[in-house]
Design a protein around this ligand. Structure first.
Ligand SMILES: [Zn+2]
Ligand SMILES: [Zn+2]
Length: 375
């Protein structure tokens, strides 16, 4: 906590509401549920898939996606996705795989091989910002999930519009800002046959909110009523304290559509989703949004009075300190991924790595063989 000492000793008003204690343990049990889904908790982590199982699943989803893209005449996207992650260069010692480099990525929002990439970039950017915010403010990170009622026959665009409007109203309201310092959010949709026998779009919003203080039961009720006012007949609102900030943030922004849902897409659903192209599905809001904004240092004009000079210096040192804190959090929380080259040591067994070119099927077979040798 060297950095916190630094802030405390310099008595900077960088974080004016903060008394700079470690508040991460305060109010861990604020928890609310609505509706009949009593006892439902956030999904439990599933068994980690082996590499060949994962690639095999992704291959199935990709195939389905390509068929639908062809069906709706998105030929350019379809041919890009056809080429995506078909061939790889593998760095291996013969017993372990140190790195997999695909020859080409299509970067399509729904491609099972590429969909997680924009989310990873956001985690890298926002995780250090959340970390510094939490260490320097009196706030606790919570997950807040918002859902709206489904409307039969509503298009993806209309459904998303409706939810975005409600969420904006909700997070801009004075009561919300009284108890939360803002946060980040993302929109996700499912077209699960199980949840949606009619095949309606089920857009919902995952927020990571910075709770200023523990909410009393009547305040939680008020929060629920507020969401219902913003989104008439809204079904659910959940507020959970965050377990691991990194895990939850990653979960929050992982996909705009879960791969399992893509398998339930038909051509019309895909057409509607493609029409959302360019719509932002991730956002920050409130005080946290302001905190994320980059501030630049001011020059001191030669004719500045002593008072003006002091003011500018104070602002500059606040900005410099904030930058340093964020930089060190970034180094600690999102270290750059190691790149391997031929002849480097394998990170598991230290044997020399060599490069192999493999097709996707050969990669699946190769991993299968490695797993078999292990067992
Ligand atoms: Zn792709
Ligand atoms: Zn090895």
């Amino acid at each position: 906590m060297e950095n916190l000492e630094l802030v405390r000793n310099q008595k900077l008003d960088i974080f004016p509401t903060s008394t700079l204690k470690d508040y991460s343990q305060v109010g861990q049990s604020s928890y609310v549920q609505r509706g009949e889904q009593k006892g439902e908790n956030p999904p439990k982590p599933k068994r980690k898939l082996k590499l060949h199982e994962k690639i095999d699943n992704q291959r199935q989803t990709q195939k389905h996606l390509i068929n639908l893209l062809d069906e709706i005449g998105e030929i350019e996207q379809s041919s890009k996705t056809k080429m995506c992650c078909q061939k790889f260069v593998i760095l291996s010692c013969g017993k372990h795989i140190a790195q997999i480099i695909p020859n080409f990525r299509c970067e399509f929002r729904l491609c099972p091989f590429c969909a997680y990439r924009p989310a990873e970039r956001k985690v890298k950017k926002y995780l250090p910002l959340f970390d510094v915010y939490l260490k320097t403010h009196r706030a606790t990170a919570c997950k807040l999930n918002l859902t709206q009622i489904q409307k039969k026959g509503e298009t993806a665009e209309k459904s998303l519009d409706r939810l975005q409007k409600s969420v904006k109203k909700f997070v801009d309201s004075s009561f919300f800002n009284k108890v939360f310092d803002g946060g980040s959010g993302s929109y996700e949709t499912t077209v699960s046959k199980l949840q949606n026998p009619d095949g309606n779009w089920h857009f919902h919003c995952h927020l990571t909110v910075l709770r200023k203080r523990f909410l009393q039961p009547d305040e939680l009720e008020r929060l629920k009523r507020l969401w219902k006012r913003c989104s008439p007949k809204a079904e659910n609102l959940w507020l959970f304290p965050v377990g691991s900030l990194e895990g939850d943030l990653r979960e929050q922004i992982k996909y705009s559509v879960k791969p399992a849902s893509i398998e339930n897409f038909d051509a019309d659903k895909l057409r509607q989703f493609v029409q959302l192209k360019g719509r932002r599905l991730f956002f920050t809001f409130g005080k946290f949004k302001a905190f994320c904004q980059k501030e630049s240092l001011d020059d001191i004009p030669s004719d500045a009075t002593a008072k003006e000079k002091k003011k500018i210096e104070k602002r500059n040192s606040r900005i410099t300190l904030k930058r340093e804190l964020i930089q060190s959090a970034r180094k600690r929380l999102v270290p750059a991924r190691k790149e391997y080259f031929e002849g480097d040591c394998c990170p598991t067994c230290e044997e020399a790595l060599f490069a192999v070119r493999l097709t996707r099927n050969a990669l699946i077979a190769f991993d299968h063989k490695l797993q078999f040798q292990k067992e």
